[in-house]
Write a protein that binds this ligand. Structure first.
Ligand code: MF3
Ligand code: CO
Ligand code: CO
Length: 258
């Protein structure tokens, strides 16, 4: 069942999404050579609680961290460790918060201090594919229109899309229907309608699409060891243009201060 959000729901969900984006940007600003992903996790925990919110990930299927931190060949669901980030690494940060009873889910990949031209191109193409996918999130289109737009942009640029993990509806629960694959799975997909809120999140590998899960039970890595990038927004489908909910309003924040 796909949950359509009312205006009342959206009045509660918007601040959750704005907050998720705010925390994501704060954590990104904290990324520098020498910092450990455990320090990033602790920083995220402090920022989330400072807004009176909770991590949507901590404890989810026993996930042990406050956000997902995936370095270089790690695709998603990377765990906090004591390994220090170094100049030239790339790190994907995925933040989900619960606030007002709703979840905001947003992710991006950033360079640690700086990175290779090839790593930057991978991040750019992944982010572009996210926005091309978002542009398809309008009433009357189908989920597959989003999937195809993402896949096409990724593949014409010589990269590949991860199959095992997909975007999703999001609201009071983190993973609602529909699933939003980043590739055309050939199945008849749901029609998009005004009031649907979906997390669109291309995971893009520089090399082959295959992934595996490390022995920690969480960390997803590329099988070929090449880099991977991940960008995500929570998006509201409307009858006109899509609205990105995980967006900051720096001058007119709707977050209630605490
Ligand atoms: N944030 C991920 C997503 O975008 C889900 C993380 S699940 C967790 O769907 F268990 F790792 F937290
Ligand atoms: Co996410
Ligand atoms: Co998500």
């Amino acid at each position: 069942m796909i949950v359509i959000k009312s205006d009342q729901d959206l009045a509660l969900m918007r601040p959750a999404c704005e907050l998720a984006q705010t925390v994501l940007e704060e954590v990104c600003d904290f990324v520098k050579p020498g910092v450990t992903t455990r320090e990033l996790d602790e920083f995220a925990a402090r920022r989330i609680s400072s807004y009176g919110a909770k991590s949507a990930f901590l404890g989810y299927r026993k996930y042990p961290c406050h956000l997902c931190l995936s370095v270089n060949e790690q695709v998603v669901h990377g765990l906090a460790t004591d390994v220090r980030l170094k100049f030239g690494d790339i790190i994907s940060l995925d933040v989900g918060v619960v606030y007002n009873g709703f979840i905001g889910d947003t992710a991006r990949t950033v360079a640690v201090g700086g990175c290779s031209v090839e790593a930057q191109r991978l991040m750019d193409v992944t982010e572009q594919s996210l926005y091309l996918g978002i542009a398809q999130a309008v009433t009357g289109n189908r989920v597959a229109d989003i999937s195809r737009a993402i896949q096409k942009h990724v593949e014409v640029n010589g990269y590949s899309v991860v199959r095992e993990f997909v975007g999703h509806g999001v609201g009071r629960s983190m993973h609602e229907e529909p699933q939003v694959p980043n590739f055309d799975d050939g199945k008849k997909s749901a029609k998009l309608a005004s009031g649907m809120t979906i997390a669109i999140e291309p995971m893009v590998n520089a090399g082959e699409p295959e992934v595996k899960i490390l022995k920690d039970g969480w960390t997803v890595v590329t099988r070929d060891g090449q880099l991977s990038a991940h960008f995500e927004h929570t998006v509201l489908v409307t009858d006109s243009e899509p609205k990105i909910l995980t967006c900051r309003s720096k001058t007119q924040s709707i977050l209630r201060p605490r």
